[in-house]
Design a binder for this molecule. Structure first.
Ligand SMILES: Nc1nc2c(ncn2[C@@H]2O[C@H](COP(=O)(O)OP(=O)(O)OP(=O)(O)O)[C@@H](O)[C@H]2O)c(=O)[nH]1
Length: 203
């Protein structure tokens, strides 16, 4: 598999070129950006298959992994951003060379559900687009006794964005791989390919 990270980071035109090359190799490379409330745990669970039960605020981390969706091999680069709140100024590079976004809230936190909505609006403003490939994720389903946001609320919000939706537990490794598979399908859909319908998973 060809490694494209440097080219994609360096310039948008190189990135497009690289994608084209990869298409001809029937392999694809995507950048994801994920923000808020369990994102580091989800990234680590996806890439390393483990849950680290400690809180260490992220500055920015990048992970890569290859994964197969519908018999197609994808090389995925995940950028785990510094925590955002409604007042954070979004770095401009978050709108460039990114193919899709995972927005994460905690099902135990109304505040986190509000924050993802603010972040979504900021992403649209910054990219100047009316639609982005997004997967909305309600994380921490293992804490179901503390649930504040219902699965239906999450699903409704995702539908209003025309985004994919999943509930997950990074701790119990529930539906973590599906986040990235769903996002790849959202990206393919935005590129004119068909996408499976996302579902509401209640634990
Ligand atoms: N019970 C439970 N705790 C979780 C889960 N995912 C993350 N956590 C915990 O929630 C806290 C925050 O998780 P992180 O993954 O660091 O969250 P983050 O969004 O990357 O946070 P920042 O680095 O500040 O942006 C940590 O204490 C994690 O152990 C989960 O699925 N279940």
């Amino acid at each position: 598999m060809v490694w494209l990270e440097v080219k994609c980071v360096a310039s948008l035109s190189l990135c497009r070129f690289a994608q084209f090359i990869f298409l001809t190799l029937s392999s694809r490379f995507f950048f994801f950006l994920i923000v808020n409330f369990g994102k580091s745990s989800l990234s680590i669970q996806f890439v390393e298959g483990q849950f680290v039960d400690s809180y260490d605020p992220t500055i920015e981390n990048t992970f890569t992994k290859s994964t197969k969706v519908n018999s197609q091999e994808y090389e995925v680069k995940v950028v785990d951003t510094a925590g955002q709140d409604e007042y954070s100024i979004f770095p401009a590079q978050y709108s460039m060379d990114i193919h899709g976004y995972v927005l994460v809230y905690s099902i135990t936190s109304e505040k986190s559900f509000d924050v993802v909505q603010v972040i979504y609006e900021k992403l649209l403003d910054m990219t100047g687009k009316v639609h982005l490939p997004i997967v909305l994720v309600g994380n921490k389903t293992d804490l179901h006794m503390e649930r504040m946001i219902s699965c239906e609320e999450g699903k409704r919000l995702a539908e209003s964005w025309k985004a994919g939706f999943l509930e997950t537990s990074a701790k119990q490794n529930e539906s973590v791989g599906e986040i990235f598979h769903t996002l790849i399908l959202e990206i393919e859909k935005a590129n004119g390919n068909v996408q499976e319908k996302s579902s509401c998973i209640i634990s």
